[in-house]
Each structure stands twice: as C-alpha cells, then as structure tokens.
Ligand binder design. Structure first.
Ligand code: AMP
Ligand code: GLY
Length: 426
C-alpha cells in the first residue's frame, strides 16, 4: 500500500515513523514533510492547500491512502475534493469532510453540535459585531475569569482568558470591532470558565465505529509551573493517571459515543482522528474543544504506545470495518519533552546548528522545526525537536528524556523541566 501523509511537524514525523513500521506500507511520501520524515520516506514538495496538485501526485504515483496531519486542509475541504474528483474518490482517505472539520474550524458550530447531542461542555453564547452590546451584558452575568474564543481557526491563539470584566470587554471589542484575529474573530464565543485539569483524548473513527487511542496530557504554557504565554505544546505524558476506567467510561458514554452517533445522525462524513480536549472538573468530564487531527506533541507520546499495526487500523477505518480490528496498547508510560528555540513563542532566531543527535540513547527523537542545511541540521522553527521515551514508570521515562535533552545542543535551546511533575505519584 502506498501512503501519502500530509504535514510537516513533529506529529507527522511520529506518524511517518509509525505508518512505516507496518508491512502493509510499501511506499511512504510526505508532503511537504521535514528533515525527519525524509529519513523514513520521500518528501514531496507540494502545497497541501493546493488540492489539485495533491490529487495529481496521487494519480501519478498510484497512492492508495492519504493521511492528513494538520487541520487546515481538512477545514478547507481536501477530503471533499478527493471524494468528488474522478480517479481520486476510491483512494482511502483519513481525515473528515469539511462539514466534519467544522468541529475544529468553528467553535460556535462545535458548541451547537454539543448542545444538540447533550454533550457536557461549558455554558456559552456567541456574539458578532452587531451584538457587541449584548456580549457585554452577557459578560456581566458571568463570574471571572472570562473565556473569550475566536470562532474560526487562529493558529491556536484564539482563546483569551481574562481576569477582570474590564479586560474581557476590551478584548471582546478588539476581537469583534478591530478584527484582532481577522475573520476568525468576526464571531466570538464567550463561555463559562471551567476549573479543573485538562486531558487530551484521541479517537479514530470510520464514521460509525470507533477505537479509543491512548490519552495524553499536554503542557501548553512556556514556563515551568504552567506560567507565561501559551505555546503549541511543550511536552506530553501518556497515560494520564487520573484517567482511570471510571473516568474513561464517563468520557466514552457521555462524550465519545454521542459525538460519533451525532455525526452519523447529521450525515456528516467523518473518517479520521478526533481529538477531544477535556476538562476534568471534580471527576466529571467536560469538552473544552474538538480538534479533527492528532495533537502535537501528544502524537509523539501516544503513537509509540500503540502495539497493533497502526496502518492496518487506518485501513480498517477507511474501509468502514473498525469494529473487527483489535487495538492493543502498551501499558508503559511515554513522555515527550520539546526542545524549543530561545524566545519562542515570541520572536526567535532560526538556523542554529544542532549537535549531539547521534549520541541520543534510549529515546525516540521526532524532528519538528528543523531542516538540513548543507552538512548540518539547523533549527527552523519555534518547536525544534520532540524527545520521547517509553519506560515502565513515568519517572524513568522522564529521566531518559531529560538526559537526552542535555545531550542535544543548539544555541538558545530551552525546555521545561517539569513535564509530568504534577501527575507523578511517587
Ligand atoms: P483551546 O484553544 O480551545 O484549546 O483553548 C486554549 C486553552 O484555554 C485550553 O487548553 C484551556 O486551558 C483554556 N480554556 C479554554 N476554554 C476554557 C474554559 N471554558 N474554562 C477554562 N479554561 C479554558
Ligand atoms: N497540543 C495541542 C494541539 O495540538 O492542539
């Protein structure tokens, strides 16, 4: 089976690594890929948003399966393009239709969907420029902190949490009137603040059946002790100790099952990954957000724990036969520590030479923002390298990650030293 994987981050390096382990995979292309994926498969210089060139490549190279890593091509309709184009419609496709991708592409759509299917989430209302005054009145009915969300995609930056009413009003004004996030904030969801601890739950579905993949906890803030600005994610651990059977039963019965059956009832074509960002509020799960992809860096921590043939799992999803596929997950702990460029998530310099990769022992190294520059590998983004270790305890896995984090070197290197600390029981 020849597979085309779309994307270029650490998540895609981990996906490429996992997909290529299967004997079913006889050829792997990554568009556009990165320096890490080029070691595993063949990088193809295609723009994932230029659907025709992606489709033409698939025809010319007899691709059997397309797997989409990031959300943007999905929100913009790449699955619909494949489904409706002659010659492409029978290629197996992992990623939802544009209608399904609205679960991530529109916060308002996601909230309405949850309401229609009685899925627990924070109380909310949506406002636009015409209803700004109503938005201010609604804010007055809430207790601080206030949660403001740009409706559309805003590169992970569209959520603002404000401690005072004044700050919330100003931000609402900036988002609606001054288009702070462009069109993405022409509508703003204001919602109740949920107090608790977050967890990322991942599912693969064929649109009717589903399998629950390993869950993970992501560390979003740049600073230790969860301080400073939000990033794409500074590390992850899987499994999450508080997500025991009792909690996961609630997640499955109240959230996963109604979401998948809701999509089916609404005739929304959805074959692919679903990432549910949850808040555990005193043992009760509430949906914070849906994403229509795997998380990054969560993918780097959860994929190494999947023992079953992952490519076969994807094939079963694409062929509507997930029900008879067994999913085996390893019971060990996986931890991921991200090495980032100094200054990230603000301004940072690129092109710093990366040394020490050959001396890494006992961890997987997934490349994110790095590229080959002549003989050297150099930094090429904010999040540079994800180091993942799998061991029988979280502590051991973290020790290994941190040993290797010291060995890999580049000017300005930064990482959080407290990944998983809040969850360790010993
Ligand atoms: P999102 O982009 O939707 O993942 O939101 C970014 C972050 O904002 C989440 O990871 C949460 O930490 C926080 N957040 C979003 N919605 C809420 C909420 N209703 N209550 C508390 N925190 C929230
Ligand atoms: N790590 C969070 C995300 O991928 O959205």
């Amino acid at each position: 089976m020849k597979v085309l994987l779309i994307g270029s981050g650490g998540r895609e390096h981990a996906l490429a690594w996992k997909i290529s382990q299967s004997h079913l995979c006889t050829g792997l292309y990554i568009a556009p890929g990165n320096a890490g994926t080029s070691i595993i498969g063949e990088n193809v210089n295609l723009d994932p948003l230029h659907f025709k060139s992606v489709g033409d490549f698939c025809l010319e190279n007899k691709i059997n399966m397309v797997v989409v890593g990031p959300e943007e091509p999905l929100v913009k309709g790449i699955e619909d393009y494949f489904r409706s184009t002659e010659g492409l419609s029978n290629i197996m496709f992992i990623g939802p239709s544009a209608d399904g991708a609205k679960l991530e592409g529109s916060k308002d759509f996601a909230k309405q969907f949850m309401q229609r299917h009685n899925i627990p989430t924070a109380a909310y209302r949506t406002f636009s420029r015409n209803t700004y005054d109503d938005g201010v009145e609604f804010l007055k009915t809430l207790k601080p902190p206030y949660v403001l969300k740009a409706d559309g995609l805003a590169a992970g930056k569209g959520v603002i949490i404000c401690n005072t009413l004044e700050e919330a009003k100003n931000n609402l004004h900036e988002m609606l009137e001054k288009e702070r996030f462009g069109k993405a904030s022409s509508r703003v969801v204001i919602e109740e603040f949920l107090e608790g601890i977050e967890i990322s739950v991942f599912v693969i579905t064929d649109g009717e059946n589903y399998k629950i993949l390993p869950s993970a906890k992501d560390y979003k803030r740049i600073g230790e002790g969860d301080t400073g600005p939000n990033t794409g994610g500074m590390g992850a651990v899987s499994p999450v100790p508080f997500a025991d059977n009792d909690f996961m039963d609630k997640v499955e019965n109240r959230i996963i099952a109604p979401t998948i059956s809701g999509l089916k009832k609404e005739n929304i074509r959805y074959c692919g990954f679903l990432f549910i960002g949850l808040m555990n509020v005193d043992g009760e799960p509430y949906v914070i957000e849906y994403n229509v992809r795997l998380g990054d860096p969560e993918a780097e921590a959860i994929l190494p724990r999947i023992v079953s043939d992952f490519t076969l799992l994807l094939k079963c999803a694409a062929q509507n036969s997930l029900f008879d596929e067994e999913l085996i997950i390893c019971q060990e702990f996986a931890t991921t520590v991200m090495l980032v460029s100094g200054g990230y998530p603000g301004n940072y310099e690129k092109g710093k030479i990366i040394n020490g990769l050959n001396n890494v022992k006992g961890s997987n190294v997934f490349y994110a923002g790095m590229k080959q520059d002549g003989k050297n590998l150099v930094t090429n983004g904010g999040r540079v390298i994800a180091i993942t270790s799998v061991e029988s305890s979280m502590k051991e896995a973290l020790n290994k990650c941190y040993k290797n984090a010291e060995i890999i070197d580049f000017s300005g290197k930064y990482y959080r030293n407290d990944i998983g600390k809040d969850l360790q029981q010993d």
